[in-house]
Design a protein around this ligand. Structure first.
Ligand code: OVV
Length: 404
């Protein structure tokens, strides 16, 4: 694809015709990532009239500088200052300090290391039982049978949702993650698909719908304590239901996929189970579940010689930054012995994933369960992709788990 300097922009900003929300790009982004990284530290994307960054240094710096690259005008392609948000904005993701500082502190207290310690034993038992059952089956679809089943088992319960209606969670999240992109067919179809479940999701966020003791009830405890108002409490529970499931589903699917692609790495992990945590980080670096988020500039800012004007939308390619050879040696190689410190799959700065301990716990118990029980993970067919404007999603992942 032709990359030219566009003098009309008034600075030396390379221009690209790449469409990062096309099926082509979303199905296999890595060649396009390389093109964008090599085009320059900042690239103007003609298709949408937005700036983009795909190199690690600039993505990292933008995520860190929340004063300049704000979230309060939306982290999708639409600027909330110009276009009304399509849903009531998140009070965690789509806000800046000081409100963000307050809501974030409520959420990080609830999703703390101590809270994870209380959940671990139960999560591990369920992971063990699931992997035992899957070994009985042998041939599975690791998306439907593992990556979706496990988070749908443990996460809604940890939040304190009722048993009925949990199947509504994934279509809802799928829609929200599509909505950060343009109003393309992916977005329109996911909206159509999720329309019947939206009211159900909003209903579950009320205090009387949530079981005592769960994450959701604890958000309402923060309301009782006067830390947040009623609307904030409701919207923070919505954040949990939106951000907590599809992300971990794809994180787990990508984990199984990474090891199915690299049988030697599975043997390395089995020989050295203490690598489970760095191995999951390497999965996140290599195949980031959340590929992109936007920021909006609050002022004109110079980035590596390029001036980005005020009120510009800037697309940050987390997944591309994680494969930047300026930061990671042989970045396309999946190597669980690498310590992928600095990957930005969870973001960085004040908006770093607040639920990452839950994600890490889920991955850890699944890997533990598999390390002792599964001697090999073999493809039994071609995996398929399910394009999403934000997430790196597998549609199906046919594998056979071999019992150890
Ligand atoms: C990280 C994330 C993704 C999607 C939605 C939200 C957060 C939210 O806060 O609603």
């Amino acid at each position: 694809m032709a990359i030219q300097l566009d003098s009309a922009l008034g600075s030396d900003c390379p221009t690209s015709a790449i469409d990062p929300f096309s099926d082509d790009f979303l199905t296999d982004p890595y060649g396009y990532h390389e093109e964008l990284r090599e085009a320059g530290p900042v690239v103007w994307l003609d298709t949408y009239g937005i700036y983009a960054m795909a190199r690690h240094a600039e993505v990292h710096a933008a995520l860190t500088d929340w004063q300049t690259f704000c979230s309060g005008r939306g982290v999708g392609i639409e600027d909330f200052a110009k276009v009304k948000a399509w849903r009531p904005p998140s009070k965690l993701l789509e806000v800046d300090p000081p409100l963000h500082t307050r809501t974030r502190s409520v959420m990080s207290r609830i999703l703390s290391p101590a809270a994870m310690r209380k959940l671990r034993e139960d999560f591990q038992k369920r992971a063990d039982a699931l992997i035992d059952a899957l070994l009985e089956k042998g041939r599975i679809d690791a998306v439907k049978d593992l990556a979706e089943v496990f988070p749908l088992h443990v996460f809604p319960e940890a939040v304190g949702l009722r048993a009925e209606g949990r199947e509504n969670l994934l279509p809802f999240a799928n829609m929200v993650f599509n909505s950060f992109g343009p109003r393309n067919a992916l977005f329109e179809n996911s909206v159509r698909n999720a329309r019947p479940v939206v009211q159900w999701i909003y209903d579950q966020c009320h205090r009387h719908m949530l079981m005592p003791g769960g994450f959701g009830a604890q958000v309402w405890d923060a309301y009782d304590a006067g830390d947040i108002d009623e609307d904030e409490a409701h919207t923070l529970v919505r954040s949990m239901l939106t951000a907590g499931l599809d992300t971990t589903v794809n994180g787990l699917a990508n984990t199984v996929y990474a090891f199915a692609c690299h049988p030697d790495q599975w043997q390395t992990l089995r020989a050295e189970p203490s690598l489970a945590r760095p191995a999951f980080d390497e999965v996140l670096r290599w195949e980031a579940p959340v590929q992109t988020f936007f920021r909006t500039t609050t002022r004109a800012v110079e980035v590596a010689g390029v001036t980005i004007p005020e009120s510009a939308k800037v697309l940050l390619f987390l997944g591309a930054a994680n494969r930047d050879r300026r930061r990671f040696e042989n970045p396309e190689v999946f190597d669980i012995r690498r310590r992928p410190i600095g990957h930005v799959a969870f973001g960085t700065g004040i908006h770093t994933c607040v639920g990452q301990l839950v994600a890490r716990l889920e991955a850890d118990v699944i890997l533990n369960a598999m390390i002792s029980r599964v001697s090999a993970i073999e493809f039994t067919g071609e995996p398929t992709r399910k394009p999403n404007n934000t997430l790196r999603c597998l549609g199906t992942l046919p594998v056979e788990l071999k019992a150890a």
